[in-house]
Ligand binder design. Sequence first.
Ligand code: SF4
Length: 421
Amino acid sequence: MPNSIGGELGLLPGTELLAINGRALEDFLDWEFHSADERFLLQARLPGGAEMEYDIERPEGFPMGVMLEPPRIRRCANHCDFCFVDGNPVGLRAPLYIRDDDYRLSFRYGNFATLTNLKPWDVERIVEYRLSPLYVSVHATDPTVRRWLLRNPEAPEIVPQLCWFTGQGIAFHAQVVLVPGVNDGAELERTLADLYAIGPGILSVSVVPVALTEFSKRQLVREPTQDECGAALRTVDRMATRALAERGTPWCFGADDLFLQAGEPLPAAEWYGDFEQRENGVGSVRFLQTRIAAARGGGRLPDLTGRTIGVVTGPAMGRLMPQVLDGLGSATGGRFEIVIVENTLFGPSVTTAGLLPAAAIEAAVRARPDLDLVLLPAEAVNDDLRFIDDVGAHDLAGKLSSPVRFSHDFVDALVGEREGA
Ligand code: SF4
């Protein structure tokens, strides 16, 4: 990139970054960690094959200006019956066929990893680079139950693993994907108690009901009933009550979907603290309400009087969305209508907005030519703006008569609308 150290050195696209201070560079973590020093020796191989050594002095804040190739994803060693990837039909975005289980992506993006594929070298790096917090799929602390859920007889015991890492100063957000008859009931009690006993290095735990697709191994795993979701919430609540009294935080959270499936109301926004697991569907509704209230208070929302805005979402959020949109309507004067889109690719049991294919959205929005603006869930596209069925966002927008905007939290899209962006 111009105006950077890389640009001044004349590093060209295709340059291999070999080592810093004699230490071989394996991936972006090595690069970011070691190139953060004020002064270092970089060995690189230029596209023509010449090996170069650069003595680099990096004034604070001055960019290296080097863009790395995407990392090779660490593959998963498990075979969970509820795995979303295993049964995927053909024609999806290519990465959706990769079962990733990568602690590096866990640190960078908050992806959940199981820590079942760590090599000694990975363990050293997690500690050396202080990759914390990490997001870990625990599911069950009983080794037999966990191995059964992961379909991995080699999976190391998770409690000693977490104890060791937390002893080294690495913290974790944990999740339990609730599979009825396997890790609910007494197993869930034990799992939460074991994780709590590890200490404050386990920052939070979420309990998320298992979600299955049309292609899942339904003969082996099923979704929880309403009563089972309610029972799990009571277990979560007992643990949260104890944690609140002893540590001043509920620590243990039911996913919004667990409340929804149990038919029970969501806790207040304050319950979720910093909403640390909102990307995992924990407190997402309350987070949205908080964002809207803040934007309203700051006068950042546009006047939408007389306009009808369609909000595309999946059935899961569709049922929770009225709680969010009430505030938006009164704040903007606009009429917000929920457009619930059923997942035509994975089947109606997949209710999350993030997995909606463009084809289903197109059909639903075409049926609503009256909409002045359509808000689409930003989580339904990847960084390249492609939907799960590999359709580009611009291609979809070109087929619709109403203008569309992607939105994470409504506020982002509506503020853009106000500013004409
Ligand atoms: S841990 Fe299980 S659900 Fe996750 S990618 Fe691996 S097999 Fe799939």
